[in-house]
Each structure stands twice: as structure tokens, then as C-alpha cells.
Ligand binder design. Sequence first.
Ligand code: SF4
Ligand SMILES: [Zn+2]
Length: 280
Amino acid sequence: MSRQYPTMDAEDLGESGDEECRCVMKLEVLEKDDNKLRFTLEGSSNNFLNTIRRVSVSEVPVMAIEEVAFTKNSSVLYNEIIAHRLGLVPLRTDLKTYKLPNECKCGGKGCNACSLKLSLNAKGPKVVTAGELKSKDPKVVPAIEGLPITKLNENQEIKFNATANLGVGKDHSKFVPCLFVFNNYPELKVIGKGAKKCIDVCPKRILEMKGDKVIITNPSKCDLCKACVEACPNDLELRNIDGKYIGYIESWGHLEPKEILLESVKVLNKKLKEFVKALK
Ligand code: SF4
Ligand SMILES: [Zn+2]
């Protein structure tokens, strides 16, 4: 699937997508599911993609538990350890309903628009998992139900109320929505006759003979480890294609990868508008 990337964003941002896009940036999705997205981006730059990456990781808001009030805890773990674990449970995030506390009308005191109550009440013997958290909002629930919180033995009990809110990764790592990496798109050039012997050293098994040439069968899997050129320095040359990149996003479950990308563009747009306003 190949598409004009800025046009997709403009439509999804609710802006006019009617204007013909004169850009040459092309995004091709190589593989995707609910949590992973691998893509190639052409006609871009390191700076552009790195900006999107940094905003995605550190400034796209997601939900996480911020406060826990225990009424019972006879497990072997201290309240603080359990509260820390709860903070790291990824919660499915509804950005249409919730606001960041510092942008909410309540001034960050906590209201239905910026915070959500959850609770848990469990008795042993059992392993208590994130799936047992009861949320007041069915849209905001643990993304990974099987995450263990603590183990309870016979007659042990845990009971607490928790408050979750939106936050951003630059303030705390529990609000980081994803892993996002990218690298240059590789191109292999055969410059000598002994390149055939390099095929077996590739850890990704993506080198093959085609006629008398060595080719990369799946360049998107190449991680630029350079094992092939180190094995055959006089026969192979590995170079980056200018302006072409392979990106990979793995979401922790709060938002889908495409939502993270679109949200990062919104955050960036907002910053640019603020910048223009400040200049005037
Ligand atoms: S750089 Fe590494 S992964 Fe890429 S083709 Fe060479 S050996 Fe394989
Ligand atoms: Zn509020």
C-alpha cells in the first residue's frame, strides 16, 4: 500500500484534503497489526523522521495510573512496589474523551474530563493480574490482561482504589506509548568477484545469488550490521539510499501505531502554530 503521507494526515486532522498534494513523500506500509507497524518512507529526511519519532515517544499523551489508595494489602509486596507496577500497566487510551490534567478546566485537581477511577479487590490464593482491575470507563482498560501485579497466598488480600490520567513520556516513562526506531534504506553494490562467500554471514539470511550477482532479497529486514561488507571488504559496498528510511513502531497497547503517528503530527502542528503566534 503506497500513499501520499501528508494528505492522509490532513484528512485525519479534519483539515481540507482537497488540494492536490505536490509533495514527493511516499509512505509504504510493509507490515502492520494492532500493535506493530513497519513502513518505508521516501522523499524525507533524517531530521523529519527523527522529529516525528521523538514527538511520538515523548509527547503523545496516554493513560496510566497515577495514584493508588490501599485499604488492604496483606501480600508480601509493599504498597509502593505494587503502586509502581500498577503505574506501568498500559491502559487503552481514549484521547477524544480525556484531557491532560494541566489543560483541563478543573486546573488539574481531577474531574471526569481528566481522570478515571479504577479499583481492585482480590483474595488469595491466586496471582492477581491487570485484567482484574475494574475501570469506571469500559473504553479505558488494561491493554494486557495477563500482566501479573502480585501473588497472594491463602488468607492474603489486596484492595485499593486508583486514579489514572493522561500524561506524556517526557514527564515519566510510564506514559511512553511505543518503541519507535528507524534506519536508512540499504543498497548493496557488488564491486568484486568474491561476493558469493558473503551470503552465509548475513544473520538475517536476506542475501542471495541472482545470476552472478549478490542481491538483498528483503532490504527492510537489513539492520545495517555490516557483517557482509566486513566479510568481503573488497567485493561488497553497502550504502544508504538518500532520503529513504525504514521505520518500525511497536505500541505498548495504549494506542494503535497509526494513532500514535497521527497524534504526533497533531502535537507538532500545535507547537508550530504556537511558534508562529509567538513570532507575530
Ligand atoms: S548489513 Fe547485515 S543484515 Fe544487512 S545484508 Fe549485510 S549482513 Fe545482512
Ligand atoms: Zn479535570
